[in-house]
Ligand binder design. Structure first.
Ligand code: AFP
Length: 347
């Protein structure tokens, strides 16, 4: 019996170094992220009993209430990268400004955009939360050191991923067009490869959205939900699944297919989710796994941010569902059958 289990470190050395320009540095960054996330997970396991339960007070740059663990997780990332020589710049949901690691910049060639604690309102109910990360090359041009350094499309990302703190702690990363998943063995304290070469199904049976906002959406989204609910007339009906933590909702879509959507509405034309450290990294993974991500008009990966914390509508998931919604938004619902899923006729 072959009982060899591939560790994340072994995998990074093999995959990232081989398939990514600057691979050694990128592999080290991903390994350091894994270490930071293991520390965060350990704290999460204690949170109900410890001093980090509850709100910190105040709001972040998004105007959202800050949980103590939002702040803690951000500090863990800063601590793990300061002095590492791996990153020049950090851009976080929890920091209004770009954060420079000046002493590291001469050696470091990369920038990290991250959401250290995604879905933190789930913490009070023992629900799933996550961390999202995106690695880009630092700019050596005139924008170096300025926020404009990351005002580049998501196609410029060299690696992206997330950690899901659920019943299992999972790390999923993508580089060079491949996506792999690892599960933390808490007894050993190491991530082991559990989901090699993840492929998103061409279509699924579930959709994920905050339906309380349905009345304010573009009618095209309402039409998708109406048609694909029971009795709606479409051949396919979907079940609704919504956790309220993007990482957890996306993870289900990545493995099972279907679609997650967070549209804009009249009051919030760009929706809620942030481009640099939420939508773009997950779009990078979705496309690498054979899925798609759009804002309803363009690929998420082609959007160019004009601020560190800009938001974007997000439709992400299997190609069939994303193209169906894009077709409804474009007023060409007849375009749906044009997409033929490779696993058989699109239903
Ligand atoms: P919190 O971090 O405030 O819980 O927000 C989570 C989040 O940014 C993302 O993870 C969810 O997909 C989305 O917001 C949920 O938003 P709604 O509460 O509007 O459904």
């Amino acid at each position: 019996m072959d009982d060899h289990r591939l560790t994340l470190t072994q995998h990074l050395l093999r995959e990232v170094e081989e398939h990514t320009p600057g691979g050694g540095a990128v592999a080290s960054i991903l390994a350091q992220i894994a270490t930071a996330c293991k520390e965060i997970r350990a704290e999460l396991a204690e949170v109900g009993l410890g001093s980090l339960a509850g709100m910190k007070g105040g709001v972040n740059v998004q105007g959202e209430a800050v949980h103590k663990l939002d702040w803690y997780a951000n500090e863990v990332f800063v601590k793990h990268f300061r002095g590492s020589g791996l990153l020049c710049t950090l851009i976080s949901e929890e920091m209004e400004e770009i954060y420079h690691l000046d002493d590291d910049c001469p050696r470091a060639a990369h920038t990290l955009c991250y959401d250290p604690m995604d879905g933190s309102s789930n913490l009070d109910v023992d629900g799933a939360v996550g961390t999202i990360f995106s690695v880009r090359r630092k700019s050596d041009g005139p924008t170096h050191g300025q926020p404009e350094e990351v005002f580049e499309p998501g196609t410029e990302q060299v690696a992206a991923g997330y950690v899901l703190y659920g019943p299992q702690c999972m790390l999923v990363y993508g580089v060079g067009g491949n996506v792999h998943g690892f599960t933390l063995d808490t007894a050993v304290g190491e991530f082991f490869l559990s989901h090699p070469n993840i492929r998103m199904p061409d279509y699924g049976q579930e959709y994920s959205a905050n339906l309380s906002r349905l009345g304010a959406w573009d009618p095209a989204f309402r039409e998708f939900v109406r048609r694909h609910s029971h009795g709606g007339g479409a051949d396919r009906t979907y079940s609704l699944r919504y956790i309220g933590a993007l990482v957890a909702d996306f993870h289900r879509v990545l493995l099972r297919g279907g679609v997650f959507l967070y549209p804009g509405d009249a009051g919030n034309p760009n929706g809620k989710l942030r481009l640099l450290y939420e939508a773009a990294p997950l779009a990078f993974l979705a496309e690498a796994a054979g899925g798609a991500a759009s804002d309803g008009r363009e690929r998420i990966l082609e959007l160019v941010p004009d601020g560190l914390h800009v938001r974007t509508p997000l439709i992400i998931g299997s190609r069939y569902e994303v193209s169906t919604i894009d077709g409804l938004l474009a007023g060409t619902p007849g375009s749906e059958p044009a997409f033929t899923a490779s696993k058989g006729a699109a239903p």
